[in-house]
Design a protein around this ligand. Structure first.
Ligand SMILES: C[C@@](CO)(OP(=O)(O)O)[C@H](O)COP(=O)(O)OP(=O)(O)OC[C@H]1O[C@@H](n2ccc(N)nc2=O)[C@H](O)[C@@H]1O
Ligand SMILES: Nc1ncnc2c1ncn2[C@@H]1O[C@H](COP(=O)(O)OP(=O)(O)O)[C@@H](O)[C@H]1O
Length: 281
């Protein structure tokens, strides 16, 4: 029976501009999704009896609400010619609700892996469309490239970023994306910028002033990290990050972090290890 063991890499948002709000409530944004070589691991084992089982549970999330199962169910509906079942194991490393896209990346690896395991023959474009129904962050992981993003995050232009190391820190709090996006004090009308403007010096994260105010622990983490290198919020938080030219410096900074911060060091990468493993790029 075929088994696939797949990486689910994290992302950080190197900047985030909110340029408007659509009628359905979703926000139009501009961001740069930087993929990282650190993430969860998904194991998919084909079952010929058509049953889908998520073997490893994650705290506080029902099996059927897990983005992995939601992604698998969507593909199972499209698999009419074969008994499409699987035993799924998810090894979580990425903190949940951290703005580093863990759930979205798990979902993307599930879509890509099951498409292969069940030999569905769906294109990356189709998988990205299915992924978008699960979350605005899923398409970038399905496409597997560090990318400039517009729309609600689904209009992607691959971009090559410099080879940098990132320290990513998470204070002991959980930010609900929906809470930040529905807050009356969120800045919603940034002027759109061009890719070249970002590359010349970048801009910040429009959610950051509000999130710092709502979550003092995030504010504290940013102040701490700023001592070493300019620090930013990723997505709507709760993680913050800073870049370093070499791994040793990044590791030394991460090792000194205050006890209350979870942290890791990761290399910024231009292509996803998932796509590299499956020969998709
Ligand atoms: C804004 C980002 C930047 O990376 O935040 P993080 O989740 O990474 O922190 C993401 O695109 C989020 O993507 P994702 O976490 O998949 O969001 P979704 O599940 O689609 O949406 C959660 C909720 O956030 C709001 N939302 C999300 C994305 C967006 N462009 N506009 C929104 O208004 C909506 O209220 C939606 O109901
Ligand atoms: N496989 C999964 N991994 C993480 N979170 C999941 C997963 N499936 C469902 N969720 C839910 O999605 C929420 C957002 O998860 P996550 O993707 O980690 O955060 P973010 O969108 O901030 O990067 C979690 O709080 C959790 O309730």
């Amino acid at each position: 029976m075929q088994t696939l063991i797949l990486p689910c890499p994290a992302k950080i948002n190197l900047f985030l501009n909110i340029t408007g709000r659509r009628e359905d409530g979703y926000h139009e944004l501009q961001t740069l999704f930087q993929l990282l070589d650190y993430g969860d691991t998904l194991t998919l084992k084909h079952r010929t009896d058509g049953e889908l089982n998520l073997i490893s549970d994650i705290n506080g999330v029902n099996s059927e609400d897990n983005l992995v199962m939601r992604a698998a169910r969507k593909l199972q509906c499209l698999a009419v010619d074969i008994p499409a079942g699987a035993d799924i194991t998810l090894e979580k490393r990425l903190p949940m609700g951290g703005g580093i896209g863990g759930g979205s990346s798990d979902a993307a690896s599930t879509l890509i892996g099951l498409n292969q395991l069940w030999q569905l023959g769906l294109s990356i474009n189709t998988l990205a469309e299915i992924g978008l129904e699960l979350g605005a962050d899923v398409p970038v992981f399905v496409r597997g490239r560090t990318a400039w993003a517009e729309g609600i995050g689904e209009k992607l232009t691959p971009i090559e970023t410099p080879n940098l190391w990132y320290v990513v820190l998470k204070p002991d709090c959980h930010v609900a994306t929906v809470e930040v996006f529905s807050h009356e004090q969120l800045t919603r009308h940034d002027s759109p910028i061009k890719i070249a403007t970002f590359l010349e010096g970048g801009t910040g994260n429009s959610c950051e002033p509000l999130v710092r105010k709502l979550y003092p622990d995030i504010d504290k983490a940013l102040i701490w990290l700023e001592q070493f290198s300019p620090a930013k919020l990723t997505g709507t938080g709760a993680c913050v990050f800073a870049s370093f030219k070499d791994q040793m410096t990044a590791q030394a900074v991460c090792a000194q972090r205050p006890n209350e911060l979870f942290g890791f060091v990761a290399r910024g990468i231009n292509t996803s290890p998932l796509h590299n493993a499956l020969g998709l790029l």
